[in-house]
Design a protein around this ligand. Structure first.
Ligand code: RB5
Length: 155
């Protein structure tokens, strides 16, 4: 599995921590899309890079960090094919994989401490999509995207 990771300045320290864990402890290949220091930047720029990488298949899954995880999630979810979930607890992390097939995990450095963030990441990585009735639901999401992309009638 290859993971794309990114953050703004508000999530920079957490991104570095998670990147080191993935590379050194989990042995997972990681592509870092920035930011590369703690100077102030705009979170949509980095969320878009990771979201595009996930949507194109350049990486298998993504991780995005900002102060709350919210700004990067809002941005990433604008890219068709992306299912980005903000998780601040391990139950949500597991459900986001098992029920929603989330392909980007969003975390807030100002919300969760480093220990909890690592637990959330581990649970998210080991949880698998359950398919079945959840696949039927997830499969309806691209139809929603198409309504707006192609100007299909919205009911
Ligand atoms: C940056 O100050 C902060 O607004 C950003 O990291 C994030 O929390 C936005 O959602």
């Amino acid at each position: 599995m290859k993971i794309g990771i990114g953050s703004d300045h508000g999530g920079y320290n957490l991104k570095e921590l998670l990147k080191d864990y993935l590379r050194e402890k989990a042995g997972i290949e990681v592509e870092d899309y920035g930011t590369f220091d703690s100077r102030s930047v705009d979170y949509p720029d980095f969320a878009l890079k990771v979201a595009r990488a996930v949507a194109s298949g350049e990486v298998d899954r993504g991780i995005l960090c900002c102060g709350t995880g919210i700004g990067v999630a809002i941005t990433a979810n604008k890219v068709p094919g992306v299912r980005a979930a903000v998780c601040s607890d391990t139950f949500s992390a597991r459900m986001s994989r098992e029920h929603n097939d989330a392909n980007i995990l969003c975390l807030g450095e100002r919300v969760v401490g480093p220990g909890l963030a690592l637990e959330i990441l581990k649970v998210w990585l080991e949880s698998e999509f359950e398919g079945g009735r959840h696949k039927r639901r997830v499969d309806k999401i691209p139809a929603v995207e198409r309504q707006y992309i192609e100007g299909e009638s919205v009911q």
